[in-house]
Ligand binder design. Structure first.
Ligand code: GDP
Ligand code: IMO
Ligand code: MG
Length: 423
């Protein structure tokens, strides 16, 4: 059986959580492979809204197994708060949520280091989520990290050594902090974590696959935040692209089947960094207001702009996307004209590929398309799509050379339309 991967193609917040929830009934297992509580994946159904940060978005559909893979970084205190809230709302987790022993732990001092490094960068700061993501992955790669499996043996000593190392670094930075309270919560989280099934998830996933079970891998962040291929250095610290599913779960590349790439009908970004199609005018404000573009974790206002097909084509190439999913098209329902960036102009020269550096001097080249000016949020099938909307879809498919299989017309699980286009 093959593994399908679902991931964001822009700068995150494309609507991954919603679609994973929609697709989960077709799979036996849902697994997260990278990132941590920097993610905020929103799901809405039956009048309820949930925001997931470390727990996979397949948790609401029946008794499916959900796995937190080795590529994920986990903060026990935040995990406890998230899991307890879910259990309290009638969603038992302990039998269904398996956590890799090889996932790395975000320590309280990692969060302080995240803040300290951002402070030290001054105006050049990345605008991280402040969850300690960068310092935790740094410790992993420099072979100093603590893993979930470590909590089972001689943990206090390992923790004290890692903390002392962080304290030396913070002292050198002259950064003052007080983590007494956070540390107490964190250790409660560590004890709580022991109640879950801590597993060798690479063995588990491969066994399930050999038994004929199907797996959906849920990406976090987006391809343009990938540490290698995103708009470096304004990126996160993990491989958010499809290859990350192989290293973050222990799945061989040949086992990857469909790659679902999700994008918004426009584009957003939180935090600092280049964003060629960003709008600083009333249109940008209108997209922000209609799309409720505020971060699900930090509440930060998301920067908004038109869709960037140059960046999207690049993301499709890196990920080997086989099916596209377009989100939030309803946000554009009332626009007379819609723009799409088809090339960049740099120093007067037009290019249609994503260059080494988009940090400065990139001017978007747009084509304009007529809007559909129709409320699509209650539509149930593609037969109801207005002519101009179909033209927008055809234009995108022609440019991107991948079929758009699903269109999302609202935040609710039910506001999802599958298209039956030819493969
Ligand atoms: P994720 O991080 O990719 O899972 O996305 P987020 O949950 O951070 O952000 C997506 C936001 O858009 C959430 O508030 C969703 O409830 C909402 N959303 C998802 N799909 C749609 C849609 O088709 N239309 C509208 N209006 N909102 C949507
Ligand atoms: P989901 O999974 C949007 C951004 C931060 C910052 C940069 C680095 O909900 O799509 P980090 O804390 O990871 O070191 O921050 O990455 N970022 C996200 N932006 N959605 C996310 O996750 C993000 N996770 C990180 O804003 O610019
Ligand atoms: Mg999000």
């Amino acid at each position: 059986m093959k593994v399908d991967v679902l991931l964001g193609l822009q700068w995150g917040d494309e609507g991954k959580g919603k679609v994973v929830d929609v697709l989960t009934p077709r799979y036996d297992v849902v697994a997260r492979f990278q990132g941590g509580p920097n993610a905020g994946h929103t799901l809405e159904f039956e009048g309820q809204k949930y925001v997931l940060r470390s727990i996979p978005s397949g948790i609401f559909q029946g008794d499916k197994v959900n796995i937190v893979g080795n590529g994920v970084v986990l903060d026990p205190a935040l995990f406890k708060a998230e899991a307890e809230a879910l259990e309290a709302s009638g969603h038992p987790l302990k039998s269904r949520l398996h956590i890799s022993k090889k996932a790395h732990l975000i320590m309280p001092t990692h969060r302080v280091l995240d803040a300290a490094y951002e402070y030290a960068k001054g105006d050049a700061k990345v605008g991280t989520t402040g969850k300690g993501i960068g310092p935790t992955y740094t410790d992993k790669v420099s072979r100093n990290g603590l893993r979930v499996g470590d909590i089972l043996h001689n943990f206090d000593q390992k923790y004290a050594e890692a903390k002392a190392r962080h304290e030396r670094a913070l002292k050198a930075l002259g950064y003052s902090y007080d983590i007494a309270e956070a540390e107490a919560e964190w250790f409660k989280g560590v004890e709580y974590l022991k109640q879950f099934q801590l597993v060798d998830s690479e063995h588990e996933i491969n066994r399930l696959l050999s038994e004929g079970k199907s797996v959906l891998c849920e990406g976090a962040q987006g391809s343009m935040l990938d540490v290698d291929f995103g708009s470096y250095p304004f990126v996160t610290s993990s491989n958010t692209v499809c290859a990350g599913a192989c290293t973050g779960l222990g799945i061989a590349p040949g086992k990857i089947g469909e790659v679902y790439g999700i994008f918004k009908a426009y584009c957003t970004r939180v935090g600092a960094g280049p964003f060629p199609t960003e709008l600083f005018d009333e249109t940008g404000d209108k997209i922000c207001t209609l799309g409720h573009e505020f971060g699900s974790v930090t509440g930060r206002k998301r920067r908004c702009g038109w869709i960037d097909l140059v960046a999207l084509k690049y993301a499709i190439m890196i990920n080997g996307v086989t099916r596209l999913i377009m989100m939030k098209s309803d946000v554009l329902d009332m626009f007379d004209t819609i723009k799409a960036c088809v090339a960049y102009r740099i120093n007067g020269t037009e290019i249609d590929y994503y260059p080494y550096d988009i940090n400065e001097g990139v001017e978007p080249v747009y084509v304009e398309l007529p809007g559909w000016t129709t409320d699509m949020s209650n539509m149930q099938s593609e037969d109801e799509f207005p002519e101009e909307f179909n033209a927008y879809l055809s234009f995108l498919e022609e440019q991107l050379e991948v079929p758009i299989k699903i269109v999302s017309v609202g935040p609710d699980r039910a506001q999802t339309i599958e298209r039956y286009t030819e493969e």
